[in-house]
Design a protein around this ligand. Structure first.
Ligand code: ADP
Length: 190
């Protein structure tokens, strides 16, 4: 099994490279952002609660996200592997993910960070706003808030994976093929 956390700030390319990982290694893709947007579209109780925070660029409470992932992970425990995109986003979520995986007698192989600087992220997210239809991409102050939330609440997770020797940093600037080549290299050396 190959279980990867694809990590990085908003606009780093997690979604793009998750899709490529799924194709190459036949993994199951879990994007908590996409799952939450599905809940919003279906107007579920979770979706209604999530929308208010997501529209501001804040994080959905850990408890809700972890419960949502619990069901998914047990459902795919016998797959070839999983790529986690946008999860975990807090150290509490990283701890909860390890517990959820352990309950299924599996674990994370690597946390791969796509390293992209702030200016480039803002440029990419502004461009994405033209086509994504996402309310959180449409407003400059929300984009900036998401990057700040990432730096304050999400970046500390690096230390959590460093302690487990699972943290791998990849340069997230360049062509999609070049960046994916760097990711493949990390996986080959696991
Ligand atoms: P991006 O990486 O561009 O921010 P995502 O689709 O991953 O896009 O996330 C969009 C929004 O969904 C986040 O700003 C946050 O409000 C919410 N969200 C997604 N994943 C999580 C998570 N693991 N924990 C809390 N909130 C989340």
């Amino acid at each position: 099994m190959l279980n990867i956390v694809l990590f990085g700030p908003p606009g780093a390319g997690k979604g793009t490279h998750s899709i490529k990982l799924v194709e190459k290694y036949e993994l199951v893709h879990f994007s908590t952002g996409e799952i939450l947007r599905g809940e919003i579209a279906a107007k579920t109780e979770l979706g209604i609660q999530a929308k208010a925070v997501m529209d501001k660029g804040e994080l959905v409470p850990d408890k809700l996200v972890v419960e949502m992932m619990r069901k998914k992970i047990s459902q795919y425990r016998n797959s070839k592997g999983m790529v986690f995109d946008g999860f975990p986003r807090t150290t509490a979520q990283a701890e909860a993910l390890d517990k959820l995986l352990l309950d299924n007698e599996i674990g994370i192989d690597a946390m791969i960070m796509l390293d992209v600087e702030r200016e480039e992220l803002i440029k990419r997210l502004k461009k994405r706003a033209e086509t994504s239809g996402r309310t959180d991409d449409a407003d400059m102050s929300i984009i900036e808030n998401r990057i700040d939330v990432y730096n304050k609440q999400t970046l500390p997770i690096v230390e959590y994976y460093q302690k487990q020797n699972k943290y791998k940093k990849v340069d997230g600037i360049g062509s999609i093929e070049d960046i994916f080549g760097r990711i493949e290299e990390v996986i080959k050396n696991l």
